[in-house]
Design a protein around this ligand. Structure first.
Ligand code: EPU
Length: 302
């Protein structure tokens, strides 16, 4: 998707939206896969309703990108413009046990910042890459905790009402890797209510989780975390491992030797390779276990 019209480009500039032509999604996603398209970087939340109305009027399809860490994007020229929030400084403001966090804040840095101020609870999420907005949308979780448990309220751009709205926690449902947000809602900021804990105690929790993660997940490699959700009462990784599929590859898309639910880009994998590998594994698991695995990774394919 290319935005050429000088009138639209002028309006974007008025709205303080930075336009980058032909941005490579491979450079904006942790899998290192994805074609090119125009990227719109939003500096002010308030400009969103006008920006979205400009895009709608001019029939420019678009998608919201967070940190790109749970995302598989298609190859080649992409048919949508990509919208991304610019991270403000500061991106976390503390007020007692409340953390006011921008959607574009880095999840790990936010957890560490809160820890240094004796606010804990999210130790399990250390090492999960991505933005706070992305973590919220998916209700990111690990080691028995999930971000949704700490949400007091969320400010978001709601695609349905085309307005910026604030939702209190009881108006949102947070389930296993799923929330009641619509796919085209954009998370702008969140207020988290975190338990007081000493930095020393939080640090010990973080150390334990880091160790577990390092010993079981391929952290140094390009991946999108787990590819499939765990079906109720079972582990997708264990099933794929039991089928002896570690190391299976299509082109440079490869099942990690360390954790069978992590599919890595071992070089120059294309989306086509990765999707073929995902489809192959889903079919084999279905055949052997009678279980239909659901994607955990979000796929943007034209
Ligand atoms: N297992 C294997 N072989 C493998 C991988 C796992 O036998 O290749 C076994 C393990 O030995 C263990 C069981 O399967 O007995 C579960 O494995 P693990 O503890 O690694 O947890 P998981 O269910 O595979 C989930 C989340 C991870 C999260 C970890 C830790 C999902 C889909 N995955 O993995 O989240 O980090 O627990 O809490 O829910 C993600 O969301 O992207 C992600 C990586």
């Amino acid at each position: 998707m290319r935005i050429h019209d000088p009138k639209i480009i002028g309006k974007l500039a008025e709205m303080n939206v930075a336009l980058q032509h032909a941005a490579a999604l491979a450079e904006l996603t942790s899998l290192g896969i994805g074609g090119t398209t125009d990227l719109l970087r939003i500096k002010k939340h308030e400009s969103l309703p006008d920006l979205l109305s400009l895009l709608d009027t001019n029939q420019i399809p678009h998608k919201f990108l967070g940190g790109g860490s749970n995302l598989l994007v298609g190859d080649g020229e992409l048919p949508w413009a990509i919208l991304q929030l610019v991270r403000p400084e500061p991106d976390v403001i503390l007020d007692g046990n409340l953390a006011h966090v921008d959607g574009a804040a880095d999840l790990g840095r936010m957890i560490t910042f809160c820890a240094k101020n004796d606010l804990g609870g999210m130790e399990g999420l250390i090492g999960v890459p991505g933005t706070v907005g992305g973590a919220l949308r998916m209700n990111a979780g690990a080691y028995g905790m999930q971000i949704g448990s700490y949400v007091r309220e969320v400010k978001l751009y709601r695609a349905a009402s085309r307005k910026v709205e604030v939702l209190r926690s009881h108006q949102i449902s947070f389930e296993y890797r799923h929330t009641s947000f619509a796919p085209d809602d954009m998370m702008l900021s969140v207020i988290l209510e975190l338990p007081s804990k000493s930095f020393r105690v939080i640090l010990e929790g973080i150390r334990i989780c880091n160790e577990k993660r390092r010993s079981s997940q391929p952290l140094g490699q390009k991946s999108a975390g787990c590819i499939f959700k765990n079906p109720p009462g079972a582990s997708a990784g264990r099933m794929i491992d039991e089928l002896g599929l570690k190391g299976l590859s299509v082109g440079d898309a490869r099942i990690s030797d360390r954790h069978a639910n992590f599919f890595v880009n071992a070089g120059h994998a294309s989306a086509k390779d990765m999707l073929a590998l995902i489809a192959d594994v889903r079919e084999r698991v279905q055949k052997s276990f009678g279980v239909s695995l659901e994607n955990e990774v979000v796929v943007w394919n034209a």
